[in-house]
Design a protein around this ligand. Structure first.
Ligand SMILES: NC(=O)c1ccc[n+]([C@@H]2O[C@H](COP(=O)([O-])OP(=O)(O)OC[C@H]3O[C@@H](n4cnc5c(N)ncnc54)[C@H](O)[C@@H]3O)[C@@H](O)[C@H]2O)c1
Length: 264
């Protein structure tokens, strides 16, 4: 087994420098061809990639409401980031907007989708069809965003063969065959922690190169496999840190905190 690789998760983390005036105002051609898009994608920092996915979600909602253009201020407010960071993120993908007009919503959506590799669908397999696996399999929001859940696996004989979200659960012994037949490119691990590494190894052996891991363990994967970890406890701990810091600030200024609000 190859050396363990760092696992990434969460939005934020880097603080890119603010864009220069020239970056903001100089329109440059759209990302027009795949090699150029790949080249740009390599230059995008990991934290910016996560924010691009957030911008895409916000832009899609704006497009549904009929928006044609959007200013960086509107988009940054809707995405919950400051506008300098947003402009810097969009500059990574070669999108600078036009002074006084902003960004064309449709064009920006296309550019972000191309950078994120969303111009093709990514078939998803979920392994571990318990509480979380059921929720993921039944969630209707993934297919529309290019991630059809196409295979489910578990070891529980009471689950194998049972349809969940319209897809029959297979035994994990079927991972190689089913993943190959259904061209699975992303594996989601929702098993108890002790089973996660074995399940990961099986997915990797089946050719799956992207893993989203919900189990609170660090997975060992070969270099060519990308792992992202979703650890809700860590996210809550980060929130706890911010709440504690606000309480300290409130105490230092003679106020006190009630439900996160400083009161005197
Ligand atoms: N439920 C949540 O809200 C939540 C939140 C954050 C993280 N998690 C993590 O997600 C994972 C799943 O949580 P859950 O609440 O759905 O657990 P669960 O016990 O309800 O379900 C786990 C499922 O995994 C299956 N399983 C066990 N060993 C397996 C193996 N070797 N191969 C395939 N399937 C196997 C079990 O049969 C079961 O169906 C856990 O690691 C948990 O810590 C859960």
């Amino acid at each position: 087994m190859a050396a363990q690789r760092g696992q990434r998760g969460g939005v934020g983390g880097d603080t890119p420098p603010a864009p220069t005036a020239a970056e903001i105002t100089t329109p440059i051609p759209r990302v027009a061809d795949v090699p150029a898009a790949r080249e740009r994608a390599r230059a995008v920092p990991e934290a910016a990639v996560a924010r691009l996915a957030v911008y895409l979600r916000v832009l899609s909602a704006m497009q549904e409401q009929g928006a044609v253009t959007v200013s960086s201020e509107e988009l940054s407010a809707a995405a919950g980031v400051n506008s300098a960071k947003l402009r810097k993120d969009l500059s990574y993908i070669g999108s600078y907007g036009t002074r006084g007009v902003g960004y064309e919503v449709t064009v920006l959506i296309e550019e972000i989708e191309r950078i994120l590799g969303l111009t093709r669908k990514h078939s998803v397999a979920v392994v571990g069809i318990g509480n979380l696996g059921h929720a993921l399999a039944n969630y209707g929001g993934f297919p529309g965003r290019g991630f059809p859940v196409s295979a489910l696996f578990d070891v529980d004989p009471d689950l194998v063969g049972v349809p969940v979200g319209g897809i029959a659960v297979h035994h994990i012994d079927d991972i190689p065959r089913v993943c190959s037949e259904r061209e699975v490119s992303i594996g989601v691990i929702a098993t108890p922690p002790p089973a996660a590494q074995t399940v990961c190894d099986r997915l990797v052996e089946a050719g799956v190169q992207c893993i989203l891991n919900f189990a609170p363990v660090v997975l060992q994967v070969p270099d060519h496999v990308e792992v992202r970890k979703v650890d809700l406890a860590v996210e809550l701990q980060v929130l706890s840190f911010h709440v504690a810091r606000r309480a300290d600030d409130a105490a230092a200024t003679g106020g006190r905190q009630v439900n996160g609000m400083v009161v005197s």
